[in-house]
Design a binder for this molecule. Sequence first.
Ligand code: FNR
Length: 368
Amino acid sequence: RMPILEQCYNLMDFEAVARRVMKKTAWAYYSSGADDEITMRENHSAYHKIWFRPRVLVNVESIDTSTTMLGTKVSIPFYVTATALGKLGNPEGEVVLTRGAKKHNVIQMIPTLASCSFDEIVDAKEGDQVQWLQLYVNKDRAITKKIIEHAEKRGCKGLFITVDAPQLGRREKDMRSKFSDVGSNVQNTGGDNVDRSQGAARAISSFIDPSLSWKDIPWFLSVTKMPILLKGVQRVEDVIQAIAAGVHGVVLSNHGGRQLDFARSGIEVLAEVMPELRRLGLDKKIEIYVDGGVRRATDIIKALCLGATGVGIGRPFLYAMSAYGLPGVDRAMQLLKDEMEMNMRLIGCSSVDELGPDLVDTRGLSMH
Ligand code: FNR
């Protein structure tokens, strides 16, 4: 029998339930990583190489987990990152995540390849709720321009250009489960002559422009006032180039281990990036986010200690939504909040701006 929602005590529990109850093709698409899935596993286990150096005897009676991301005040330093094809897991699709994000006052990043239309996801927001847009850049820049302008008009507060996917990775689990129902909002893809024999990911991604380069960044900056961030940066040299290009931030990410296998985890890259930016006096120039493998509030705390403004979380909310719908997403977010408050108290920090490198022992990382 399926465990009741109250029996899920952490984010991994939702994954275990989802694996049992989801349709095979949907599970294959959500859970797969590239090639041997070494990077996908490393994303989470990299956090296990970092240990805490808690402070004692500080007043931690009240804890404030809130912070600011791209000018938006959020209740806890994570956002719901963009994941394609929400309706594979839940018939209502991405709007379930919109409602969960609203309830917990966190930001949702809307994927280019959502199952719901972009407008449906924007229409599902309430009040002053904030959304960002993840962008796959179309070979036809007129289409891309339209998407960007429309997102800005509909109130999106950040544009995250995915830069780690000039070609979609080989996710063999996904490829093996032959994909019959594309079910995404294909108008964005600039054509519907898709090849369904290669799994869901490849079927929907043929429009992505592999010629995208640094030379295109000024154009993006010229067509929108939204802050622009590059999602999928993996080395300090590229962070420095991003700053020089004038973008507002980067997400240190390997796409949840779905692209280049043997890419390093985001947290490992963060440990490379921040000391070098501080040395160059560039650390205040942009906002740095990390995603991949974040499953515990201690993971969030570690990323913030190392200098991230916030973290993105993907699969856990997909699994929660697939297994239990909105109540699942709600509980997953609440669990993270409870963990966050407790662990900040236990390391001796009452607010997020007190989190710093002195609180972590990173000697287990290859870069520290
Ligand atoms: C993704 N991710 C992703 N990223 C992106 O820029 N555009 C996209 O369309 C998608 N689609 C997508 C689908 C699924 C099923 C997953 C699991 C992931 C990557 C995503 O934004 C993020 O980088 C990772 O999901 C973070 O890792 P975790 O939290 O899933 O471990």
